[in-house]
Design a protein around this ligand. Structure first.
Ligand code: SGN
Ligand code: CA
Length: 544
């Protein structure tokens, strides 16, 4: 089958299954399912117990694991562009970044375009989005929206609403959950099916947990990732010029709160200062709980005067604990929303999805943040429970992407799927099928460079076994055999034994560029430009 024919056949298949679903809905007069989309920010699959990664032993997510036990867990779930706003734009449009126009966080989403929430409204749904939005322009296609401006704050955040700004005291994860629960109980139109997008800031940087979670893991030594001290020996040059190292770039004060006081002045520090800004907004009670936890630990670190690898290990411990404490807040939110659905008798006809905008480095490769096409940040968690459709405790190994969500929700609602969407409905997978037509390769394209963390533009292809990353502005490539080398430590791009594989993947990558009509791959930058970027490197000096 030629590439040209595939989308048309797929559209036909979609149309047929939508029709069949429509017919069966009518035949059984089953109501359209409600959709609860529980979403977080930067929650890597390996920080979810059910994904059985190297952090699973600390039992980070009992409630999300329960959701997996009741539904289907996607083991090979990925994003198309590992960064916040772009991932969200892909989700609501079902189109790659170059098609929906939101390629990096600095963009302004064109809200007038087609999105799945608008299409669900047309299909009779009431729609709501709460929490992190991060698309700059105001949400369209939602009957209710209360969103965090920009990144939002952890403590006592402002929320933007159509009626103006409001400020609510408390921890952001709890506040967003409270609004969601209230809306489910008494805010919505009970005669309509609904879409609820409950989108948390946590566990995004600067990882500020709720007071009740500060003591979680306090006496534990957390496991370290196998690649904590990776020196990127085999990677192409961009991995040596990034700015996301726990060692060199994670700020002891601003990221890890070591002796961070609101009255200090960090205004001239070239680093993100949101924790400092947020501390200034805390109530006296919140500050008391905060410092009761951190002050004794800070005094202890000061005494120990660590340096080198030992200081990296200390930073990693504080980072992973705070990150997982924020995750625990999200996990409790999942439990509360599901409990509310039960109390309201809605659980049987409600699809519950848990996902996050991309993966994250939790010390993997020595890093935090995301953006790269390496597995830890390319992956997205995806767990879906649809009572009566998903088999409890089931898993799917087929490769899925955030580009698939829009079509999935539309098909579930019995609504037509527009032919210009670029994903594939997951509904057959949810029913336990493994369709022959399923994709054999994924396309990735990240754009935001130069920018915070200095991860260069890259596109690439991932098959079930191999991955080719093209840092096209640098004229460098990386090729990995994921079966033999899951940590992506051995770059095979210049290994003569893999010349054939390299050529094959280059051809298939070009095929995906054409299939998705991506005309945004640019020419290689001149060496002088690359040199200039390299010299702009920024590092933090840890002062104990
Ligand atoms: C902020 C973060 C960065 C992060 C970007 C994008 N710093 O700038 O670490 O990479 O957002 O994140 S912070 O201290 O202000 O949090 S994204 O998830 O929104 O794409
Ligand atoms: Ca994110």
């Amino acid at each position: 089958m030629t590439n040209d024919l595939r989308p048309r056949i797929r559209a036909l298949l979609h149309a047929t299954s939508a029709l069949l679903l429509g017919m069966s809905v009518r035949a059984e007069s089953a109501p359209q399912p409600n959709i609860v989309f529980l979403f977080s920010d930067d929650h890597a699959p390996h920080a979810i117990g059910a994904y059985e990664g190297w952090l699973a032993g600390v039992d980070p997510t009992p409630a999300i694991d329960d959701l997996a036990a009741d539904g289907m867990l996607f083991r090979n779930s990925f994003c198309t562009n590992s960064i916040c706003g772009p991932s969200r734009a892909v989700i609501i449009t079902g189109k790659h970044s170059h098609k929906n126009g939101f390629m990096n966080n600095g963009n302004n989403f064109d809200g007038s375009q087609q999105t799945f929430p608008k299409l669900l409204q047309k299909a009779g749904y009431e729609t709501a989005v709460l929490g992190k939005w991060h698309l700059k322009s105001d949400p369209q296609g939602f009957d209710l929206w209360k969103i965090l401006p920009g990144q939002g704050l952890y403590y006592n955040p402002d929320l933007k609403t159509p009626e103006g700004k409001i400020t609510i005291e408390g921890h952001c994860t709890d506040i967003v959950t409270d609004i969601a629960v209230d809306w489910l109980k008494s805010g919505r139109d009970k005669n309509k099916p609904f879409l609820l997008m409950c989108q948390h800031k946590a566990p995004h940087r600067n990882w500020m947990p709720a007071a009740r979670h500060l003591s979680l893991y306090a006496d534990m030594e957390m496991p370290e990732p196998p690649t904590l001290f990776d020196q990127w020996e085999d990677n192409a040059s961009p991995a040596h010029w990034q700015e996301l190292e726990i060692d060199g770039h994670m700020h002891l004060n601003l990221d890890l709160f070591y002796k961070l006081r609101p009255e200090d002045d960090y205004s001239s520090v070239k680093s993100d200062r949101s924790a400092w800004v947020n501390l200034k907004r805390m109530t006296e009670g919140q500050k008391k709980a905060w410092y009761a936890h951190y002050e004794p630990l800070d005094r202890d670190l000061e005494k120990r005067q660590l340096s080198g690898k030992e200081l990296v290990r200390w930073k990693y411990q504080r980072y992973v604990k705070n990150y997982l404490r924020c995750v625990r807040g999200v996990d409790e939110s999942v439990a509360r929303v599901r409990q509310t659905l039960k109390e309201l008798g809605l659980e049987k006809n409600t699809i519950v999805v848990y996902s996050s905008d991309q993966g994250f480095y939790i010390g993997d490769h020595g890093w935090y943040d995301k953006r790269w096409m390496y597995e830890e940040s390319f992956q997205m968690p995806l767990i879906i429970s649809w009572p009566g459709v998903t088999k409890p405790g089931s898993t799917s190994d087929l490769m899925v992407q955030n580009i698939d969500y829009a079509e999935t929700f539309l098909e579930a609602a019995g609504a037509p799927i527009p032919s210009d969407m670029q994903g594939m409905s997951l509904v057959p997978l949810l029913r336990g099928e493994s369709p022959d037509y399923w994709r054999k390769a994924l396309y990735y394209h990240y754009y935001e460079y130069p920018s915070v963390h200095m991860v260069p533009r890259q596109n690439g292809i991932r098959t079930e076994r191999y991955k080719l990353i093209n840092f096209y502005e640098f004229g460098e490539e990386e090729l990995y055999d994921l079966e033999n080398d899951p940590d992506e430590l051995t770059n095979l791009a210049s290994n003569p034994e893999y010349a054939g594989k390299l050529a094959e993947l280059r051809g298939r990558l070009q095929g995906l560029v054409e299939k998705y009509e991506d005309d945004t791959v640019t020419d290689k930058k001149p060496e002088a430009w690359i040199q200039e970027m390299r010299t702009q490197q920024y590092r933090v000096e840890d002062k104990l």
